[in-house]
Design a protein around this ligand. Structure first.
Ligand SMILES: [Zn+2]
Ligand SMILES: [Zn+2]
Length: 386
């Protein structure tokens, strides 16, 4: 009996140690900084739509993340986001599970099950409570991550759910159907996960074929999947870029002076309906590490909205343009040589006549920090503003 008591005492001790380890010390200080300065990422109005900055894939201490839901919300706010979806793993709550694996008691599986059972709706409620307490004008999207070990199934986020727990199913395809029945969206996460290829598996063919998938991550964290850009265009799927953050965005992005990876959503307003409508109509641009990935038309519209282009001087052999970047995104424009157009700065660029036709050339640039197809940059003509 004494021995059993000792075992249990050790178990309790390891529970508290693990809980303490799981939450990095920074989380508490982050919570205290709720009133700290937020990074403002200025993006233009594109064809009448607002550019909202979203992350549709982050984790908390309820699965294998290192920040609690409240701290994740504060982090998203400070990073300049408008939308965040906490998408903890449905299947594994690793801290708890790993610890309980060491117990050899007969009923350990029962304890494991009881402890690992987490209500995802409750996780969302915790995040909402922080949002209300801080008064952040952000949109919190209800979601969860279907996390299957077999590589041919992989991971999918169920987003815009009304009841996160009710969307779960042992059969992943059935979970997608349940999510869709709730009016939700299904996103294919990190499509090359543990496979070294982003090609579809038999399972993927089935669920894509059934129309259950609405979008794919073309970027997960700092990993870019160039082939997925073409898939999104060909199959009319929304492109996403998300952090899939488990630790701190400050460590991965802030430390190198970058905004966090995000999905820019071109929507009418910051409401669930409006943002969902924009995603289903594929008005998204993926942002990561200073690059923008999207459909050519939207990249064209975005560049023209961000850059003010004025004709300042005309001479016999050339025209001078003043380009002003009214966005927070540094733009790399190439015409014979690269021009780095920094945020809220102007450049004067002289463009000569075409050698063959003798006509003045238009201000058309290959945009090196934009990607619109497999490893390809778009060539965009700037409209001359008056
Ligand atoms: Zn995943
Ligand atoms: Zn994830």
């Amino acid at each position: 009996m004494k021995r059993l008591f000792l075992t249990l005492a050790l178990v309790v001790l390891s529970i508290s140690t693990i809980t303490a380890q799981k939450q990095v010390p920074h989380a508490t200080s982050l919570a205290k900084q709720a009133k700290a300065n937020r990074t403002e990422i200025v993006l233009p109005q594109v064809k009448g739509y607002n550019c909202y900055k979203g992350d549709f894939h982050v984790h908390t201490t309820y699965s294998d993340g290192r920040l609690n839901p409240a701290a994740r919300v504060i982090e998203a706010w400070l990073d300049g986001l408008d939308i965040v979806a906490i998408t903890d793993h449905y299947e594994h709550h690793s801290g708890v599970r790993n610890m309980l694996k060491t117990i050899s008691m007969k009923d350990s599986t029962v304890i494991h099950y009881r402890m690992a059972k987490v209500s995802h709706n409750k996780i969302h409620e915790e995040a909402v409570a922080q949002l209300k307490k801080s008064g952040f004008p952000m949109l919190l999207v209800k979601g969860g991550e279907i996390t299957r070990k077999p590589e041919d199934v992989g991971h999918f986020n169920l987003l815009f759910l009304s009841d996160i727990d009710a969307a779960f199913d042992e059969d992943p395809a059935e979970a997608f159907r349940k999510a869709k029945a709730q009016g939700g969206i299904v996103m294919h996460n990190h499509p090359a996960w543990r496979r070294n290829t982003s090609d579809k598996t038999e399972f993927h063919e089935q669920v894509y074929g059934e129309g259950l998938v609405d979008g794919v991550e073309v970027v997960n964290g700092t990993t870019f999947y160039p082939h997925i850009v073409n898939r999104c265009i060909d199959e009319k799927l929304a492109m996403f870029a998300n952090t899939d953050e488990h630790y701190l965005t400050e460590q991965r992005y802030g430390a190198v002076g970058r905004f966090r990876t995000m999905t820019i959503v071109l929507a009418n307003e910051l409401t669930e309906e409006s943002v969902k409508e924009a995603i289903l109509n594929r008005r998204t641009i993926a942002y990561s590490g200073g690059s923008l990935v999207g459909e050519e038309m939207w990249l064209n519209e975005f560049l023209n909205a961000a850059v003010d282009c004025r004709l300042t001087q005309v001479s016999e052999d050339s025209r001078m343009f003043r380009l002003t970047n009214n966005s927070s995104i540094t733009l790399t424009l190439i015409k014979n040589r690269p021009y780095i157009l920094e945020p809220f700065k102007s450049l004067l660029i002289s463009i000569g006549r075409d050698k063959n036709s003798g006509e003045y050339q238009t201000p058309t640039f290959v945009v090196e920090n934009m990607w619109h197809a497999n490893y390809q940059h778009p060539k965009i003509e700037l409209t001359i503003d008056e």
